[in-house]
Design a protein around this ligand. Structure first.
Ligand SMILES: CCCCC/C=C/C(=O)SCCNC(=O)CCNC(=O)[C@H](O)C(C)(C)COP(=O)(O)OP(=O)(O)OC[C@H]1O[C@@H](n2cnc3c(N)ncnc32)[C@H](O)[C@@H]1OP(=O)(O)O
Ligand SMILES: NC(=O)C1=CN([C@@H]2O[C@H](COP(=O)(O)OP(=O)(O)OC[C@H]3O[C@@H](n4cnc5c(N)ncnc54)[C@H](OP(=O)(O)O)[C@@H]3O)[C@@H](O)[C@H]2O)C=CC1
Length: 284
């Protein structure tokens, strides 16, 4: 399938079925980084449809505005703000502003991130740094800024970090595996440190998801990705959005420090990163 067609349309996002009650997020305020596309946009649609007041952020104002327009036209309570999560000062200002504007915060979904595929042996120092800075440092700045405000206001909080499946590593994206491992183990650690403040921290590890994010990979790679799990297919951004609704809601209130994997079983069976495997790894 042509990777340009990957991702859910606004019509689909407005109509897809969900198992969650239509008012299950009413009164909740949710921030989603990277909510202008893909998984983050699907989560914004779902949680807003379930009654949440949602604010999405990302680096491109045009992308954010294009994402929220159809949601607002449906009467959903969704806004946006530009933010580069890699800038800790801007992250602090962002949280000061949104705490004011939303009147508090209940759920933070750290979804912004990405990487480029390259054999690790050829990473430039800056290429390595860019991915670590985005996926590990940026996520951390967001987590810490939210937690500080929840602690100081003596309010509970809930953090969901979108990572990736790193159990067996992943050839060609070693930088992201390093960053995501950092996020997962930071999350497990602060889930313990922050339980005293009523703050929960969990991660979601998606396998291959047919989102707009796939457009950054060559078509030949995307054609091969279904071989990365025993279901031999892509998952949907809606699958991940529904996992966000579970972790962001009351049904998961006794869960913290966990990684929820949605990868069609790819952690257990499948060709990790099947694209351009060197001959060395092919069956003889
Ligand atoms: C089985 C399959 C599982 C798949 C699992 C995961 C799937 C997904 O995550 S899908 C979502 C994908 N979405 C994205 O990846 C978002 C797009 N990616 C990015 O925005 C970039 O990759 C970024 C994270 C590195 C952005 O950083 P930025 O600082 O904007 O990057 P710069 O252009 O300034 O470059 C910094 C540095 O990185 C080198 N570089 C960037 N792209 C590549 C590339 N394709 N190949 C090699 N090197 C790259 C760039 O050259 C710079 O280094 P220097 O040249 O040494 O300065
Ligand atoms: N699709 C997949 O198969 C998988 C995806 N993931 C992860 O899930 C998350 C969502 O991916 P997906 O929706 O597929 O891809 P997208 O590329 O569509 O989403 C990434 C979003 O993050 C935003 N973003 C990136 N860097 C920054 C930054 N520094 N500051 C603020 N926003 C930023 C982008 O917006 P902008 O560029 O405008 O800032 C974009 O909206 C990513 O972290 C991705 O790595 C993990 C496993 C598998």
């Amino acid at each position: 399938m042509d990777k340009e067609s990957y991702g859910l349309s606004d019509k689909q996002l407005a109509e897809l079925d969900t198992v969650f009650a239509s008012d299950s997020f009413s009164g909740k305020r949710v921030v989603i980084s990277g909510g202008g596309s893909g998984i983050g946009k699907a989560a914004a649609w779902l949680l807003a449809r379930l009654g949440a007041k949602v604010l999405i952020c990302g680096r491109s104002y045009e992308k954010l505005m294009a994402a929220i327009k159809p949601m607002q036209e449906m009467g959903l309570d969704v806004g946006c703000k530009t933010l580069d999560i890699r800038n800790p000062e801007k992250v602090q200002t962002f949280f000061d502003e949104i705490m004011d504007e939303l009147g508090g915060l209940d759920v933070l979904i750290n979804n912004a991130g990405g990487q480029f595929p390259q054999p690790a042996i050829d990473f430039s120092p800056n290429g390595w740094r860019a991915v670590i800075d985005n996926n590990l440092n940026g996520t951390w700045f967001m987590m810490q800024a939210a937690a500080q405000r929840w602690r100081d206001a003596e309010k509970p909080g809930n953090i969901i970090n979108i990572v990736t499946v790193i159990d067996r590593g992943m050839p060609d994206i070693a930088h992201t595996c390093a960053a995501r491992a950092g996020v997962i183990y930071t999350s497990k650690t602060v889930a313990v440190e922050w339980a005293q403040y009523g703050i929960r921290v969990n991660c979601i590890a998606p396998g291959i998801i047919a989102s707009e994010g796939m457009r950054v990979y060559p078509q030949e790679a995307v054609d091969e990705f279904p071989r990365s799990n025993p279901m031999q297919r892509f998952g949907s951004s809606w699958d991940i959005a529904q996992a966000c609704a579970y972790l962001g809601g009351d049904a998961s209130q006794f869960m913290t420090g966990e990684v929820m994997t949605l990868d069609g079983g790819g952690r257990l069976w499948g060709e990790l990163w099947p694209y351009k495997k060197p001959d060395y790894f092919k069956p003889s």
